[in-house]
Design a protein around this ligand. Structure first.
Ligand SMILES: [Zn+2]
Length: 295
């Protein structure tokens, strides 16, 4: 099994791991200014996407146009599929404002046509003659955001296996159940996310209380608390925390679209009712109301 890293090493962003020139695990974008993309030009037969964050999925549509007659199959969970479309459309919009263009609407349409939804625990064989050897993979809940998956890939002809965790979260959050590490199979090769390597996380409850205390302190002294959040996963977690402490936030941005997508896939959530209640009790901000809210 030949493994090539096309990005995501000693950096956060543009994760892309090429296996035997045929299968790519994630194909992300580093949303820096200007954005950075995976190195080299590749024509894989299959793309397996661990989760919908841009740094793991953001460049998948670009693989469609370079392969006019043989666009790769794209394997991901259903919620990751919906979110990847949402994020890709947003990337086109941001690119128009900032002067970059990596793919177009046609590529997104092609990506949708090439998409094969996969459930956790489902074994998928990649065994056409295109592959030269038989591969099989399976996805496991990675606990990071709804639909996030670790990928276990086996290459039958070499009797070798690889586990790629993608982004991994151990321990429950309000939005997600912890990664089911006890279900992960053993593997010959382990590629593990290491963003927080060597750092201990603060106790989650303690951190929540500090966050809430600082918001209350701001409000009590007549201020407004603005909480900038990533749209997919973080916004929903923060809204759920605020709701549990009886605070009603105004919610703006793409986090609302991501919430609506999550709502359509309740089985990927720890508690869909809790998420719905938190958003039902929030105030959604539309463009017309934005100035008024900030005032
Ligand atoms: Zn992520």
């Amino acid at each position: 099994m030949k493994i090539k890293f096309l990005g995501g090493c000693e950096e956060i962003g543009r994760s892309a791991i090429l296996i035997d020139e045929k299968i790519v695990l994630d194909y992300g974008l580093r949303p820096s200014d200007p954005p950075e993309i995976p190195v080299g030009k590749i024509s894989p037969k299959s793309v397996i996407v661990s989760h919908a964050h841009l740094d793991h999925s953001g460049m998948v549509p670009s693989l469609m146009s370079s392969n006019d007659n043989s666009a790769p199959d794209v394997y991901l969970t259903s919620v990751t599929g919906d979110l990847t479309q949402l994020m890709s459309r947003d990337t086109i919009k941001v690119g128009r404002d900032q002067g970059f263009c990596f793919f177009g609407v046609e590529d997104i349409k092609k990506m949708v046509a090439q998409t094969r939804y996969v459930d956790y625990g489902e074994r998928i064989a990649l065994n056409s003659s295109d592959y030269g050897a038989d591969y099989e993979f399976e996805l496991f809940n990675a606990g990071h955001i709804p639909g996030s998956a670790a990928v276990h890939l086996k290459k039958e002809s070499e009797d070798i296996s690889l586990l790629y965790t993608g982004d991994l979260k151990m321990g429950d959050t309000r939005l997600m159940e912890s990664a089911a590490l006890e279900e992960y199979p053993s593997s010959d090769i382990l590629l593990v996310e290491s963003t927080y390597y060597g750092r201990n996380h603060q106790d989650r409850k303690e951190q929540e209380r500090e966050f809430i205390d600082s918001i209350k302190e701001t409000l009590n002294s007549g201020g407004s608390a603005i909480v900038p959040c990533f749209a997919v996963g973080r916004t929903q977690e923060v809204v759920m925390i605020l709701h549990s402490y009886g605070l009603t936030p105004y919610v703006d941005g793409m986090g609302l679209s991501a919430f609506r997508t999550f709502r359509n896939h309740p089985r990927f959530l720890r508690d869909a009712d809790e998420l719905n209640n938190a958003f039902n009790d929030s105030v959604f901000v539309n463009a017309k109301k934005r100035k008024k809210v900030l005032a």
